[in-house]
Write a protein that binds this ligand. Structure first.
Ligand code: C2E
Ligand code: MG
Ligand code: MG
Length: 683
């Protein structure tokens, strides 16, 4: 959709009110114009035809509209301005019907050049006719009369009433337009009028102030009218420059979206109303955008950003604001949002809108985005605070599932989190960190062939803290390598014990992007294996798809080195990220774990069932082992087995337990033939 189409699109919400308003103004306005123009043409056409002043003014209006000053993004382009001077002068000299005739000609000429939607043209005709009628009523009440049969010429004493009528014209016109804009954009009438009031008042004063002079010249020497062209052009140029400057100050040059300054203003206005009315601020950051720039060049990157801007705009309601903050960072302000769930749903919709491939530089790219949400008044009631909190949420979204709402517990900057972080540091020293193991069971023979190490924090006051609450904290604070080292050391040591007692389990350790990008990681994995004398095949590292977002190339390098070391790699939570099937082929993984969200619905949703089946088929074709995560009951286990999964992991076959407890489970199971779990985990 072009920007012009966008401007002409009727709003989806509040459409009834908007259309009703348009009709309520257009019908009487156009009727008035029709009646008056009809009358002047029928009764006074002879006089009109003989009026040099009229023809000169008409020619000047036409010339002005043929080369309108076109200012992008402006609701009411300045091109119409020439008409204002001449129609107001005609009102003073020849009366209302001629003034309306002139102005309508101007509007129609402008419509032929700019081709706006028909309802805009009709509304403009009505709006100007009503405004001129208001000015005429003011003049008439004050005793100033002009008509085609009895032309008038302003005198010094008329100036106050002419000024007053000018004010009436401007105010009526402004209220009519602002009401439409306010209904269209769902902003309050006052806020809409305030937004451009100074600018419009300035331009209108300049244009209308010349009108009495024009009227005098119309009366005395109409052939001199073209001399007014120069000062009017000067007024236009000035208006154009100032509007362009204002536009520049408030918009992003590349996408035309509001910029940070305007977002701040709009957010403060939103927050300035009833503080208890909920609003939301999203921060949206494109994933892997740097790659697009690096591989396809900056012009392609720019094009992607422009398309992203259009898609975001099209997915929002008229009152919502989407801004570009710079680089690949966008923001969305929702001045009206029912609740948190609605905000989250919308965020997912925005991500879906960006999901469709974008064709640039002869190839397709996808613009995946991570979105952080802060809600007002819950998370803050200033722009500063909301922005900061949406940023924290966005960071978590990048590491997680793409959309996150701010939560103080997960904010490293919040006092609670800073406290927790200090405690976590201490916990690593005091040995409060534990590792539990969840069995991975082979479907073919129901044997435990592996176990996933899941970290736990036994907090002295808070009890067992789940990893979701402190792993992100460790990631953001630089504690991650120490935490992972602890898990690795503990896990390899346990595994060595199981191997020694005849249970060659493949143990899985979760690693984060922080670990992968840490230059010493490979050596540390090697060292942990060395210390425990465990073969590299006994270890499998689980990475989530999102791990690779921030630095794909470096991440891939490390994965390949790990693979060369002999360590297995597993793609965790498969299906929740965006990884494409091509990516699966390029990654040196040996296993994929289908996320719990698919497994859980496999019985109820035919779609999820076919997703699981297709993933399994594809993975097998690529020689990978398939694990179904989160299997909680037997019917699900039977189904995933039939769909082709090799292993299951979940509460049905075992909750995460301490190493000693798992050892008891293993002991109850008949001893394995040596290394069965390693050589044939897939059965
Ligand atoms: P994950 O790697 O996908 O681990 C599986 C999660 O699903 C575990 O949650 C596990 O307890 C849970 N789960 C297993 N079976 C079932 C089931 O049948 N039903 C349900 N509802 N849940 C089940 P947990 O232990 O809370 O771990 C959450 C996440 O924290 C893990 O997801 C992993 O991403 C991360 N994590 C855990 N330990 C570590 C670690 O040592 N290092 C890193 N980097 N991340 C870790
Ligand atoms: Mg895992
Ligand atoms: Mg998982």
């Amino acid at each position: 959709m072009s920007r012009e189409d966008e401007r002409n699109r009727l709003p989806a919400t509040g459409r009834v009110a908007f259309v009703t308003y348009l009709a309520a103004v257009s019908i009487p306005g156009v009727t008035l114009a029709g009646l008056l123009i009809g009358r002047v043409v029928l009764t006074d056409s002879g006089l009109l035809a003989g009026s040099v002043a009229f023809w000169m003014a008409l020619a000047l209006v036409g010339a002005g509209e043929a080369r309108p000053l076109f200012l992008p993004g402006l609701a009411d382009p300045v091109g119409v301005a020439t008409s204002a001077t001449f129609s107001y002068a005609a009102l003073l000299h020849l009366g209302l019907p001629v003034a309306i005739l002139l102005h309508v000609s101007g509007v129609l000429a402008a419509a032929m050049v700019r081709r706006p939607a028909w309802w805009r043209t009709v509304f403009n005709v009505a709006q100007y006719s009503i405004s001129l009628a208001a000015a005429w009523a003011t003049l008439t009440l004050a005793g100033y009369h002009a008509s085609l049969p009895h032309p008038a010429s302003p005198r010094g004493g008329d100036i106050p009433v002419i000024a007053l009528a000018g004010v009436a014209y401007f105010l009526v016109n402004n209220v009519l337009v602002s009401s439409a804009v306010s209904l269209f954009s769902q902003r309050s009438l006052l806020a809409t009028m305030r937004a451009d009031f100074g600018y419009h008042a300035g331009v209108n004063t300049a244009l209308l102030a010349v009108a009495p002079l024009v009227a005098v010249v119309m009366d005395q020497a109409a052939v001199l009218l073209p001399l007014f062209v120069l000062p009017l052009v000067a007024i236009h140029k000035h208006a154009e420059v100032s509007v362009a400057r204002e536009h520049e100050a408030l918009h992003d040059a590349l996408t035309g979206l509001p910029n940070r300054v305007q977002l701040l203003e709009r957010t403060e206005t939103t927050l300035g109303r009833d503080i208890n009315r909920p609003a939301a601020l999203f921060l949206l950051d494109l994933d892997r955008f740097k790659e697009v720039n690096d591989t396809l060049g900056h012009p392609a990157g720019d094009e992607v950003l422009q398309i992203v801007a259009v898609r975001l705009r099209a997915s929002l309601r008229p009152g919502d604001v989407v801004a570009r903050l710079g680089g690949d960072e966008f923001a969305v302000l929702l001045p009206e949002v029912a609740d948190r769930d609605t905000a989250v749903e919308l965020a997912h919709r925005l991500r879906a809108a960006l999901d469709e491939p974008i064709q640039v530089a002869g190839t397709f790219v996808t613009a995946d985005a991570s979105i952080g949400i802060a809600l007002a008044p819950e998370h803050g009631s200033t722009f500063e605070l909301l922005h900061q909190r949406a940023d924290v949420a966005m960071y978590l979204a990048k590491a997680g599932r793409g959309v996150e709402v701010y939560s103080a517990e997960r904010d490293t900057n919040s006092p609670q989190r800073l406290g927790l972080l200090t405690e976590l540091r201490g916990a690593l020293e005091r040995d409060e960190i534990e590792v539990h193991f969840q069995p991975k069971v082979r479907l073919a023979d129901a044997r435990v062939v592996g176990a996933e190490a899941l970290v736990r924090w036994r907090h002295p006051d808070r009890g067992m803290v789940p990893p979701d609450e402190f792993v992100p904290l460790a990631e953001q604070s630089g504690l991650m390598p120490r935490l992972t080292d602890r898990v690795l050391a503990y896990t390899t040591e346990q595994a060595a014990g199981w191997w020694a007692s005849g249970h060659p389990l493949v143990v899985a350790v979760n690693v984060s992007i922080r670990d992968l990008l840490d230059p010493g990681f490979l050596a540390r994995v090697d060292a942990a294996l060395g210390r425990s004398q465990l073969p590299a095949e006994a270890l499998i590292l689980e990475i989530t798809e999102r791990v690779l977002i921030s630095d794909y190339a470096r991440g891939l390098d490390v994965l390949e080195s790990l693979r060369r070391l002999g360590v297995g790699l597993s793609l965790d939570d498969f299906g929740t990220g965006y990884s494409s099937l091509t990516m699966l082929r390029r990654l040196p993984v040996s296993e994929i774990k289908i996320d719990r969200s698919f497994t859980a619905r496999v019985l109820d949703s035919p779609e999820d069932e076919s997703i699981v089946r297709s993933i399994a088929e594809l993975a097998h074709a690529l020689g990978l082992t398939v694990v179904a995560e989160g299997v909680e009951d037997a019917p699900v286990r039977e189904r995933v087995a039939r769909l082709g999964c090799d292993l299951v992991q979940g509460w049905l076959t075992g909750r995460p337990v301490r190493g000693t407890e798992l050892a008891a489970v293993l002991a109850a199971q008949a001893p394995a033939c040596p290394r069965a779990g390693v050589d044939a985990p897939g059965g």
